[in-house]
Design a binder for this molecule. Structure first.
Ligand code: GN1
Ligand code: MG
Length: 374
């Protein structure tokens, strides 16, 4: 929230100027539009635009992070064309074209923008409050990859090179450590020691990248609950936030669901005693995702279902910690030590998951016994 009136007003005028430049590209006059901030992503800025009886989602792409916005637009187009041909009933949101027929608007000194149609009778949620929601989301993310199983994913461009490359993230962490102040290192000592002590998780990732049993597929790479559109009955409609769709391993999508659905509190929680592994929510992810993907995944991949969760939680802890050591240049921070707190939160989550590994593995095993072997 803005605490300084002058700053707030300044920010608002910049937004107005920006909308005044972007909206005409779609044939809209700002006077006829109601624009409201929408969602809570850390990277892109999103607004809901109402004009007459139509609603759209307008996004400003973070160009510092996504250096190749055109690659995102190309990937979305390729996937949309494949889905249109092979699964015509499937809802897949594609950008609205500008008056010039383009998917992106570039405004000098402001960056790239794009607009999506708002899917009627849909809503998103920020927190998973029921196992049914976890099941719906896991089903949608699994279905997305399954429907694209016949699509040649090597056609997709990397919109964020090395995004979920854990070896690269570990290297970035080492670089951050080498450049960090003695004070920041001392303050982060427990987190640094934990990351180093669990380097074996990076080694497992390296084994995966060399294994023929692990396949690259069309992967969403950001499977948090707010990236699923739900209908009024809370049933999944489709996946959204398509920027990081690239080729990747299933551990990214399953792992981020485990990371973000299983605990009742998010990475923002400062009271770590609230972090918990809710077994029924884990089971809902297993049932939803494997319900769609059981015949696509190899036995070896299914055996790494639990690893997927550890991989993503560990990588997120590394990314927050490295950002803290580099003075919050990537994620930003609302208070001093914010990214260290986020990293420590993820470390607690990982420890709690490691404690429950056997019980969780039992859930995967029983799904396989009930379904796949029949
Ligand atoms: C970022 O902006 P958002 O919330 O969709 C990040 C994800 C992290 C997430 C952590 C491009 O996603 O990888 O998991 O923050 N996206 C990018 O909250 O770095
Ligand atoms: Mg995202």
């Amino acid at each position: 929230m803005c605490t300084h009136a002058g700053f707030c007003l300044g920010l608002f005028s910049i937004l107005i100027i920006m909308w005044q430049k972007v909206l005409p590209a779609y044939g809209f006059d700002i006077k006829d539009c109601t624009v409201q901030s929408f969602g809570n992503g850390l990277i892109n800025h999103t607004w809901r635009v109402r004009v007459a009886d139509k609603t759209f989602i307008l996004q400003k792409i973070n160009h510092q992070v996504f250096k190749y916005p055109q690659a995102i637009a190309n990937n979305i187009q390729l996937i949309a064309a494949y889905l249109q041909a092979h699964s015509p009933g499937y809802v897949f949101t594609t950008p609205v074209k500008t008056n010039e027929g383009k998917e992106l608007v570039y405004i000098e000194a402001m960056g790239y923008f794009r607009m999506f149609p708002f899917v009627a009778n849909s809503h998103t949620i920020d927190v998973v409050n029921s196992t049914a929601q976890a099941f719906e989301a896991a089903t949608q993310f699994g279905k997305f990859t399954r429907l694209l199983a016949g699509f040649d994913c090597t056609q997709l461009q990397d919109t964020l090179p090395d995004f979920h490359n854990l070896s690269f993230r570990y290297y970035q962490f080492e670089q951050a450590l080498a450049g960090a102040s003695a004070e920041a290192i001392a303050q982060s000592k427990t987190a640094i020691d934990f990351i180093k002590a669990n380097y074996h998780l990076t080694q497992t990732f390296e084994t995966i990248t060399k294994s023929v049993a692990f396949k690259k597929r069309v992967t969403h790479h950001d499977t948090k609950i707010s990236n699923i559109l739900l209908n009024d009955q809370d049933e999944g409609i489709c996946v959204i936030d398509l920027d990081t769709i690239m080729q990747g391993y299933f551990i990214s999508d399953v792992g981020d669901m485990i990371r973000t659905y299983v605990s009742p509190v998010s990475e923002e929680e400062k009271d770590f005693s609230k972090i918990e592994i809710r077994e029924p929510y884990f089971a809902a992810i297993v049932e939803g995702y494997l319900g769609e993907m059981q015949f696509e995944l190899s036995k070896e991949e299914i055996n790494h279902f639990i690893y997927a969760g550890k991989f993503m939680i560990y990588m997120q802890a590394i990314r927050f910690l490295a950002d803290h050591l580099m003075n919050d240049v990537y994620y930003g921070a609302s208070y001093p030590g914010h990214n260290l707190c986020r990293a420590n939160n993820q470390i607690v989550l990982l420890k709690k998951m490691m404690e429950k590994e056997d019980v969780l593995q039992q859930q995967v095993t029983s799904f396989i016994q009930k379904n796949i072997r029949q």
